[in-house]
Design a protein around this ligand. Sequence first.
Ligand SMILES: *Cc1c(COP(=O)(O)O)cnc(C)c1O
Length: 427
Amino acid sequence: MDATAGSTETDAAPTDVPGRFGPYGGAYVPETLIPALQSLEETYERLTAEERFRDELRELLANVAGRPTPLSPAERLTRFVRARARKGRGARIWLKREDLCHTGAHKINNTLGQALLAKRMGKRRVIAETGAGQHGVATATASAHFGLACEIYMGSEDARRQRLNVVRMELLGATVVRVESGSRTLKDATNEAMRDWMGSSESTHYIIGSVVGPRPYPQMVADFQSVIGAETKGQALRQMGKLPDSIVACVGGGSNAAGMFRPFIEDAATRLVGVEAGGRGSDPGDHAASLLRGRPGVLHGAYTYVLQTDEGQTLPVHSCSAGLDYPAVGPEHAMWKDSGRVTYNAVTDAQALDAFSLLAHTEGLLPALETAHAVAEAVRLAEDMDENADLVICLSGRGDKDVEEVVRLQALRQSTQSPSDSPAGRE
Ligand SMILES: *Cc1c(COP(=O)(O)O)cnc(C)c1O
């Protein structure tokens, strides 16, 4: 079977076995990859059981990533929401500041963990796929820290659009391999990285950038990102005197959301909300809302929600934010959607753009366009919540990388249209 086929799998076993999330997850890969995945899983389990590995990871997160990140009250954003809400309404809004991590987003939490794993497994080389280049930069950074050779697969179309990140990766000592197949974007880069790993797994570790791909990646990446939710929990208890009433995070592959949500899954009183890219509309090809508009199938080695045609062909996707522009989602989110533990909504490009400006003007920070989706949904939710309630936004990354795109989109909007109804509007 092709590791990357977007075929529909209807008879996946609904079990509780490791690597499965309800019926989702698994490892739908060619035989040749099974030994590499098994060895990775065994080593991962053995190492994470070691005190020494956990201490080393904690030190890396402090010294290289700059953790812990603050949980900051968003006072002027809260005031903005209360001014529009009915009397007695308008939750207090807090920001979990992953944008303050080294390299500007949560992705470094995972790449440091996996690079440490690679080092301890005796691998000399790492590879990764990247879309906009954020995961590529975080991987190149972690590789440089450990002196590992690093090759990053990137679609040539993405490399053209995100030239600055290509330069960054190269300055950090990585080699960027431009992929010319298919649509020359993230999906094609992932296919090529998997192909590389099939022939190189003896010497090479493949650092997947989100909670996607075959077992054990979704589990492993969520473990590395759970530092976000674990810190938030401790900070909430100290700063709010209780757990948050709601937590909102954007969902591309789903790693910042999974890392934030996981430590709260058993806390039924905390409402968890994931936000997908609603793009420019609900037609196929206009969005990247895999959970809301996809259906179960196999992509990149996992059984999960996939945006696909009736024949099982993976659909093209669109979002103004490159990090949300993926036609599938982590299998754990698929399980949470089915169980109802997490609610998923979509926010459009236009609403995200408004939320970007709102956060810039009220809090003095430019969020990533991915993150702006979470901000838009959070503002809408906060308005209907009690004023004694607390809502946390997972501020997954900073927006410096998106400045040019935001300027372009704002100019486009002024020249064509119809302003969207409200900054916190909803699709
Ligand atoms: C990559 C990225 C995302 C999307 O990835 P997830 O795995 O869904 O977290 C979200 N926000 C930022 C800032 C990113 O760089």
